[in-house]
Design a protein. Structure first.
Length: 326
């Protein structure tokens, strides 16, 4: 059932379950020192669709305060939410979902979005103005096609940010727990305490890690991946990639179909090369006798259309401990 609300002259709270509330394009609600819309704690599976305007002012309140369980908020292209906090939630249940789909504007003078322990999914094709704090939980923020003017705070939990702009950053405090991921369609550099970068698509773009240990994955194009400091795992995936582990003990991964890659800074006795998914390599003896060739100052390992060039090392310096076969 859909409940259409065309007037914003009276305050209303959502204290039902399983309802859809639609605020029409002519809806304007202006409120001071109160929440614009309140979705009550303990009520489940409600959807709020905003096609009009909610304007809220007054510290400690929000344009939309959503404490309900499994709540969906949709802001249409004509929709605008502005307040001390744009959208807030004090829900402390990790199993509860708060899904926000924004094609309009969410704006907060303190926070645009601020939540606690629920699991948030934010799909932003519009504009979000103000700080974003997703609290704890396994949160997803997809900003492809959208704009934000602040970095995105992931909080604790395993968070994922999907971006099409290099300037869009996921911020994690040093004490934050979790394994956090950025998935990017453009050349991208991770922020501190974000552990994983996955490049998307097939364009020739690059990825950069941090001073901590990172997991870096290329896409279907030709990538340059730089692990920098820390213990890194670097995988170019398909395409002809150039891989840097940086300082510390790093692991480079190469599989059947990964193309023609280069390991630019292999450190013998410290770094390792995982060829356990390179099906043409049967073990160290097979690799060194049938597939590895000295090529000037480098070693070239070839099998079929795939190859791996290890820069600045002698074939005689390689041993089984430099590789992972299982």
């Amino acid at each position: 059932m859909a409940i259409f609300i065309r007037s914003g002259n009276t305050e209303f709270d959502i204290e039902e379950s399983g309802e859809t509330y639609i605020l029409g394009t002519s809806f304007t609600r202006i409120v001071t020192n109160a929440n614009g819309i309140f979705i009550g704690d303990g009520f489940t599976d409600n959807t709020l669709i905003v096609r009009g305007e909610i304007l809220q002012s007054g510290n400690g309140f929000a344009a939309i305060w959503a404490d309900g369980t499994d709540t969906t908020i949709r802001i249409a292209a004509t929709g605008s939410i502005k307040g001390f906090i744009g959208i807030a939630s004090a829900n402390t249940e990790p199993s509860s979902d708060l899904d926000i789909f924004n094609d309009g504007t969410i704006e907060g003078s303190n926070f645009a979005i601020q939540t606690q322990d629920s699991t948030e999914t934010v799909i932003n094709h519009g504009e979000i103005l103000g700080r974003i704090d997703l609290g704890s939980g396994k949160d997803l923020f997809d900003n492809r096609g959208g704009k934000v003017d602040h970095r995105i705070g992931g909080g604790t939990g395993d968070d994922t940010l999907i971006v099409d702009r290099a300037a869009t950053k996921l911020f994690e405090n040093g004490g934050s727990a979790g394994y956090d991921t950025v998935r990017s369609t453009v050349t991208y550099t991770l922020s501190a305490n974000v552990e994983r970068l996955v490049l998307l698509g097939s364009r020739d773009i690059d990825g950069n890690g941090t001073a901590d240990g990172d997991d870096l994955f290329g896409n279907g194009g030709d990538n340059v991946l730089r692990g920098k400091a820390g213990v890194d795992d670097v995988s170019g995936k398909k395409g002809n990639d150039i891989l840097f582990g940086g300082f510390d003990s790093d692991t480079f991964h190469f599989s059947t179909g990964d193309g023609r890659d280069v390991i630019a800074d292999f450190t013998d006795g410290s770094d390792r090369i995982d060829v356990s998914h390179w099906n043409a390599i049967a073990g160290f003896n097979d690799l060194i006798n049938n597939h590895a060739h000295q090529q000037g100052n480098d070693v070239l390992i070839e099998a079929g259309s795939d190859s791996l060039l290890i820069k600045n090392i002698a074939k005689t310096d390689l041993d089984a401990m430099d590789f992972i076969f299982i």
